[in-house]
Design a binder for this molecule. Structure first.
Ligand SMILES: NC(=O)C1=CN([C@@H]2O[C@H](COP(=O)(O)OP(=O)(O)OC[C@H]3O[C@@H](n4cnc5c(N)ncnc54)[C@H](OP(=O)(O)O)[C@@H]3O)[C@@H](O)[C@H]2O)C=CC1
Ligand SMILES: Nc1nc(=O)c2c([nH]1)NC[C@@H]1CN(c3ccc(C(=O)N[C@@H](CCC(=O)O)C(=O)O)cc3)C=[N+]21
Ligand SMILES: [Mg+2]
Length: 286
């Protein structure tokens, strides 16, 4: 059996076209949506991601402001920048690229972002809204994974068992909560899980969000399962790859996402969707 591909790149393009239509409608009313992306330091991966985000905004007609700062920037200086963006009516979304330099407390910086502009969905208010099922910004990566499931007719996961590998605040935990909200029965695995394969072999849906190559191999997958690969790693040749042994798992799974061209582009698309939602809300209230 060979799995069908969930093409995140194609799906993200569709979402970005819809975003462009919504952005144009706001701009026509003199209320162009705006996203601020703040990058501190010179992490090469962050440079690429941030450039991709800014480019996606431009293409969708969303105003983007890229603020790049030296790695020596102090926490107080960064907090002052966030405060200025919180009070800037032309900015509807604020993204502070992670990781931040070690001398800056990421938690403190994220909590300083106005929840109304937290388009990353990382603020404790956004995370809490997801826990209790209130409206709030959803973290872009798991939100994009849910859109991928929806695209293959799996919006409602009643009767399905989903296994999430990873429990970070930005991917694994919100992923588990979104799957739960979609009526899946959810298991969350992590570095303390005794027998990962025993868990994943029961799954109808597997989301791998670890950051290690080959965490999921063919023998760990139930035939026909849906496999979503969030991981972003480099192989020995320096090529981008996920957490899943793609070549092996694609022979067993029913559906699989590629890396690149899977979850990554969806993350960016959902960032635009969240920014539009923020801008539309702001337009209504003025
Ligand atoms: N495509 C995209 O848009 C995005 C991709 N990513 C990528 O996704 C991956 C995960 O990111 P993130 O959540 O931030 O990473 P973290 O490092 O914060 O979390 C990794 C999680 O994996 C768990 N883990 C580690 N080793 C194992 C193992 N052997 N078996 C089971 N679980 C394990 C850890 O467990 P414990 O909690 O016990 O330490 C932890 O919960 C990375 O590759 C990252 O680059 C991230 C964000 C967006
Ligand atoms: N505040 C904050 N918000 C984030 O959303 C955030 C962050 N910090 N820090 C880093 C992670 C990682 N992340 C990715 C987004 C897109 C791709 C992406 O587009 N990937 C392409 C390939 C890109 C390439 O070629 O390197 C793909 O998978 O096809 C990857 C990773 C967002 N993150
Ligand atoms: Mg830090």
């Amino acid at each position: 059996m060979t799995a069908q591909l969930i093409d995140g790149l194609a799906l993200s393009k569709q979402l970005r076209t819809e975003a462009a239509t919504r952005a144009a409608a706001l701009t026509a009313k003199g209320k162009q949506p705006g996203l601020a992306v703040v990058l501190v330091g010179d992490n090469p991966a962050s440079q690429v991601y941030v450039r991709n985000k800014v480019k996606a905004c431009e293409e969708a007609g969303i105003h983007s402001r890229l603020e790049k700062y030296d790695a020596a920037m102090t926490e107080a200086e960064l907090l002052a920048r966030v405060d200025a963006l919180n009070n800037d009516p032309t900015i509807h979304g604020i993204l502070v690229q992670l990781p931040l330099p070690k001398h800056i407390d990421d938690h403190k910086v994220i909590e300083s972002i106005s929840p109304a502009k937290d388009v990353d969905g990382f603020h404790v208010a956004s995370a809490g809204a997801l826990v209790v099922g209130e409206p709030g910004f959803k973290a872009c990566t798991p939100y994009g994974c849910m859109k991928m499931l929806e695209s293959i007719g799996m919006k409602d996961l009643k009767g399905k068992h989903a296994v999430v590998i990873g429990r970070s605040n930005i991917v694994g935990k919100p992923m588990a909560l979104m799957l739960l909200a979609a009526n899946a029965t959810v298991t969350v695995c992590h570095s303390g899980t005794a027998d990962l394969g025993a868990m994943t072999r029961q799954a109808d849906v597997i989301v791998a969000a670890v950051g290690k190559r080959n965490v999921l191999t063919a023998g760990m997958v139930k035939p026909g399962a849906v496999v979503i690969d969030v991981g972003m790693n480099r192989n020995d040749e320096g090529k981008l790859c996920g957490d899943v042994d793609f070549d092996g798992v694609k022979e067993v799974a029913g559906w699989i996402t590629p890396v690149p061209g899977g979850v990554g582009p969806m993350t960016i698309a959902m960032l635009l969707v969240n920014t539009l939602e923020s801008a539309e809300r702001a337009a209504k209230s003025t």
